[in-house]
Design a protein around this ligand. Sequence first.
Ligand SMILES: Cc1cc2nc3c(=O)[nH]c(=O)nc-3n(C[C@H](O)[C@H](O)[C@H](O)COP(=O)(O)OP(=O)(O)OC[C@H]3O[C@@H](n4cnc5c(N)ncnc54)[C@H](O)[C@@H]3O)c2cc1C
Length: 421
Amino acid sequence: MHSETDVIIIGAGSAGLSAAKELARLGLRSTVIEASHRIGGRAYSEEIVPGVWFDLGCAWLTDGDANPFAEIANRLGIALGRATWDAYNNSDDHRFIRNGTRLTGEEHAACRRYYVDSYAAIAAAAGSEPEPSIGDVIDLESPCAPPFLESIATGWGVDVDGVSCADNTSSGGALGYPVPHGYGNLVAAWGADVEVTLNARAECIDWSGPGVAVETPKGTIRASLALVTVSTGMLASGELNFAPLLPDWKLEAILGLPMGTENKMGIAFYTDVFGADGRGHHTVWSDDAESAKVDVNGMGFNSVSVFTGGRHGIWLEKQGPQACHDFAVDRIAEIFGNDIRKHVIRSITTAWSTEPWTRGSWACALPGQAYQRDVLARSIDDRLFFAGEATSVGKQGTCDGAYRTGIRAAQEIAAHLKGAS
Ligand SMILES: Cc1cc2nc3c(=O)[nH]c(=O)nc-3n(C[C@H](O)[C@H](O)[C@H](O)COP(=O)(O)OP(=O)(O)OC[C@H]3O[C@@H](n4cnc5c(N)ncnc54)[C@H](O)[C@@H]3O)c2cc1C
């Protein structure tokens, strides 16, 4: 670890890695420190069974070929699941399963209409004063409300009463391409040429003097300035100290963008228990169990991702991995029948709300607080710069959004350092 550098980058996720590469391209020295034992942050793949990868965090390249990671994957010779695009991006193909039975054509059409009307109501309310939550503008009594509430709880990581109508993501529901070899593996392969000091958490960023000094368990690093790319969950936790404290306007931005939670349960099966028509999105709800989103074979293998979010997602996470596994298998059995149970090989369950270096899945603006993303992105005293998914406007909560914020911050830093020299 270099103890003197131009820029200290805190965090080796998508934003920190893209910033390091952009600074190098612009001729500036940076030192990247990462709290955990690996790079990638919320881009993280694990092998669920030999040769089958499960992404605990990001899995889909939003916006398809417009996503910078599409070109990166191409350059690195990593294949994208382009053939999966149609099955997952056609909203008519979204299956609704209520009490173990798929909705009829007419019921399905009514739910699709409910989704369209609800999203229109959310868009119309965005930015109004005072801004309502999503829960205030949709028809909660509709029989189609349960799957929609699940979409919000997993898509935003927060229940409808806690989400800003203005904090819409730009992907408009389209998922893009999966990465069969793992999106986390793709980010790790792309970031492998960046020198990163692992197991080196920033404990305190001292910006009381002319530059910055970052204390880590491996020693103190000094630089002209620091780029902070950690999540708002980490910034709000008090585990990363600033001396002097961050100004009130920055603290208000952090508090306006608390972390949502989406958890995933990956279940691998010995055989194809879904049938030729089984692949795609399902939302499952019933009178006596919480709802879930179920993506079948998204990665092109005999595997399923079950998603929970919001309060129920956090509650289930607290019950532990076995409870998450059981919940996921029960939901899959509601779609494909009880026989699937004997074909389960293995599961991986996530616990993002308690993940020590993230403390949630992504930042979700409280009602009336979506503007804080711009505020969070603003530098302080030309010494503390900020990047990361929470600072993206429109591509928040995505890996490519985080990537773009790293480039943006690196260019701001370069303009400042070159202007100052
Ligand atoms: C369940 C889930 C599903 C998702 N699905 C998708 C998807 O399909 N498509 C998509 O595009 N995006 C998806 N995302 C979002 C995407 O993964 C994130 O937006 C993106 O990876 C965030 O990158 P980042 O660089 O902003 O933050 P991070 O990846 O969190 O990087 C920050 C880094 O800082 C480190 N750190 C924290 N504290 C310290 C400290 N004190 N000192 C040093 N280092 C520290 C962390 O360990 C981490 O590595 C998903 C996320 C989750 C959790």
